[in-house]
Design a protein around this ligand. Structure first.
Ligand code: B12
Ligand SMILES: [Zn+2]
Length: 275
């Protein structure tokens, strides 16, 4: 990313969301960057656009970032009205403007969920509003999933790289659904358990799937003990079948939990799939 083209906007002073990097030219989401608790989107050029188009005019970069900003605000408004046709239209326009479908989830819907969470915490929206926005978000995930169907990335052959599950008692299911689609968009095979999984049944799931790593999504620090228990249980498996345990999610990203015994904590999903 080049600094000269970077243009940041804050979604709101109080919103806690990671800093998100988008390429203003090809409209591809580059990922999150630290500080993870920062509340802004940063625009610039990805390496490829920078080298392919050394002559891009700043005005073009600004025009693209304005489009991204307008999608962000319009999707928020559509969510508050529970207006699914508008959401569908925005998804269509974004894909036509070269957004990768899954980037809409990571680069737009996720920060909107953070925003709603903060508004709920500060009392600006009611619990009912938050629930309605969550249900709307679930529908947006379905729309994105459907738009991924035709060109669905072929999963690489062989054993799954990961097995993805929620921390016991974690009813935050959107994150796992989004993460599963993101991994799928990268061709990574990931059996996923969105809802409850009896930890006693985990060893048999692991033996069947033989993943390289077990990914656990932990939203709240209160879920740490049960996650540590799973990590200990996995640690008892024989070395040849024992996956690495990787824990992520809001509790990790926000820094509320920095250490899980026997596991790696990961704040940036881009580090997944690299090895
Ligand atoms: C929607 C929501 C709910 C919904 C969930 C519905 C559903 N079907 O998912 C409901 C209403 C059920 C809910 C309940 C609660 N919630 Co809630 N919720 C949220 C909200 C607004 C959005 C969550 C979300 O989907 N975010 C979008 C996802 C994509 O972001 P993410 O989880 O961070 O995931 C990303 C990364 O962390 C990463 N990731 C996720 N998992 C993993 C795993 C691995 C291995 C890796 C590498 C990466 C990774 O990938 C994702 C994409 O980048 C958040 C606000 C927020 N800041 O997230 C609050 C929030 C998480 N909830 C909160 C609270 C307090 C609760 C409740 C305790 C409220 C209550 N009193 O009942 C309960 C607890 C429920 C439980 N037992 O788990 C607090 C937690 C605060 C804290 N200090 O811990 C938050 C932050 C709201 C706030 N601002 O205060 N919630
Ligand atoms: Zn680019």
């Amino acid at each position: 990313m080049i600094d000269a083209a970077a243009d940041r906007f804050a979604c709101s002073d109080e919103v806690l969301t990671p800093m998100l990097k988008w390429c203003s030219y090809c409209q591809q989401f580059q990922g999150e960057t630290s500080p993870y608790e920062d509340c802004s989107v940063t625009y610039g050029l990805c390496r490829r656009c920078e080298s392919d188009h050394p002559d891009i005019f700043a005005s073009e970069v600004v025009r693209h970032s304005e489009f991204l900003r307008s999608v962000y605000h319009s999707l928020y408004e559509a969510g508050r009205r529970n207006d699914l046709p508008s959401a569908q239209q925005l998804v269509k326009e974004s894909i036509a403007a070269n957004f990768r479908p899954v980037d809409i989830l990571l680069g737009i819907l996720t920060p909107l969920l953070y925003k709603i969470g903060e508004q709920w915490r500060s009392g600006t929206v009611t619990v009912a509003d938050e629930h309605e926005f969550t249900a709307f978000s679930g529908r947006v995930i379905e729309m994105i999933e459907a738009s991924m169907q035709p060109g669905r990335t072929r999963r690489r052959a062989g054993v799954p790289r990961y097995f993805l599950m929620n921390a016991p008692g974690n009813t935050h299911t959107l994150a796992v659904r989004i993460l599963a689609l993101w991994l799928e968009s990268r061709g990574i095979c990931t059996p996923t358990v969105v809802n409850h999984l009896d930890p006693r049944e985990l060893p048999q799931h692991i033996l069947k799937a033989a993943p390289k790593a077990l990914l656990i999504s932990m939203a709240l620090p209160q879920q740490l003990n049960s996650v540590a228990a799973i990590s200990a249980r996995v640690g008892e498996l024989p070395a040849g079948v024992r996956p690495k345990v990787i824990v992520g999610g809001y509790a990790i990203k926000s820094g509320l939990v920095r250490f899980v015994p026997g596991a790696d904590v990961v704040t940036d999903i881009n580090s997944l799939g690299t090895s």
